[in-house]
Design a protein around this ligand. Structure first.
Ligand code: HEC
Ligand code: HEC
Length: 290
């Protein structure tokens, strides 16, 4: 049995033949543009199957004509980046610290590498912003225990301080004036009072005057006659507000009585030569390099 197609009386268009509560749907053909797009996408996807990896197989997948894979792309990118780096690394290995510092391209490369090596190896002790902690020097200021020129910094990092790792480590240590019975407790108090006066630039008291005499006798060889410090001995300046172990009287007394003897590893035993160069450049750039 065939039904007569129903034609809508207002538009003259055939309907789909269904009726819902007297409402009928016109059976208009799909627009041409829509059909073209549909077929174009079908053709595109078939082309895609052949060109790119597409269909899963049991243990692998179809590879496509051009053999593309996102892993391969990553591998190529990494290889290209390595090749670019290798050029820079080879240059860094050959260049002197001064040459690196004055070549903008090498400098940028060294700083980036130095920053990341710093974060991994140094921030535990010197702080993530190189601000330092008590006993661990701030590397941002221009107060240097062992010198702030590029070569000094390089040497300190390479061989470290008071360690057993390297024969060229920085070794000078301050005597423990009380423990080693060079001064008695009273004298330590007096010389500490003088150190306070040196740093705070206050006038002399009687104790400080006696302390000054002791200072001239026992301390100037390392700390200088005005307490300006001496990088040759790792002796900090005592005439300013920057303190490695604290500038309160009690802290100064403790330093003089027992000394401190901070230790830093010789990084030359741990890191490669190019990384040490990058670190020296980076630390020098932090603001206080001389
Ligand atoms: C285990 C803790 C420790 C780590 C890690 C460490 N340092 Fe040090 N560093 C010290 C101590 C302690 C001193 C001060 C030694 C002293 O009293 O003379 C120091 C001193 C220095 C100095 C000399 C500062 C000055 O004023 O002359 C430099 C430069 C330095 N460190 C750089 C680095 C770099 C770069 C790294 C990472 C590769 C690093 N340090 C990692 C403990 C550490
Ligand atoms: C042999 C060299 C030497 C002599 C002598 C010496 N010092 Fe030091 N002094 C150092 C060194 C090195 C340091 C760094 C701290 C450490 O590692 O012990 C230091 C640190 C200090 C500090 C701590 C500074 C800070 O920033 O926290 C004070 C204070 C100080 N000395 C006072 C004195 C006084 C006072 C005398 C004389 C009684 C004296 N020193 C004699 C080498 C010396």
């Amino acid at each position: 049995m065939t039904e007569q197609p129903h034609v809508d009386e207002f538009t003259g268009v055939q309907t789909t033949g269904h009726e819902w509560d007297g409402i009928r749907e016109l059976d208009n053909p799909l627009p041409r543009w829509w059909q073209w797009i549909l077929w174009a996408t079908v053709v595109w996807s078939v082309g895609y199957w052949f060109v790119y990896p597409a269909w899963p197989l049991i243990s692998s997948h179809t590879k496509g004509f051009i053999g593309y894979s996102s892993r391969g792309e990553l591998r190529d990118d990494v290889a290209a980046a390595k090749a670019r780096q290798a050029g820079h690394l080879a240059k860094l290995a050959k260049a002197s610290l001064e040459q690196i510092r004055t070549d903008p391209e090498l400098l940028e490369f060294a700083l980036a590498g130095g920053r990341s090596a710093y974060n991994v190896n140094c921030s535990q002790c010197h702080g993530s912003g190189a601000q330092g902690f008590a006993g661990y020097p701030n590397l941002n200021d221009d107060e240097w225990l062992w010198g702030g020129r590029l070569e000094d910094i390089h040497q300190t990092i390479m061989h470290g301080v008071r360690n057993e790792d390297s024969e060229d480590a920085r070794v000078f240590a301050m005597p423990a004036f009380l423990k080693d019975e060079i001064l008695d407790a009273n004298q330590v108090e007096e010389v500490a009072t003088y150190v306070l006066h040196l740093s705070k630039q206050q006038g002399d008291s009687a104790a400080s005057a006696r302390g000054k005499a002791l200072f001239l006798e026992h301390c100037v060889a390392c700390h200088g006659d005005r307490g300006q410090g001496n990088a040759e001995f790792g002796a900090p300046s005592l005439n300013n507000d920057i303190w490695l172990y604290g500038g309160e009287k009690a802290e100064i007394v403790a330093t003089i009585a027992n000394s401190r003897g901070g230790v830093m590893p010789a990084w030359g035993r741990i890191l490669d030569a190019v990384t040490i160069k990058k670190l020296a450049i980076y630390v020098h750039s932090l603001g206080g390099g001389s």
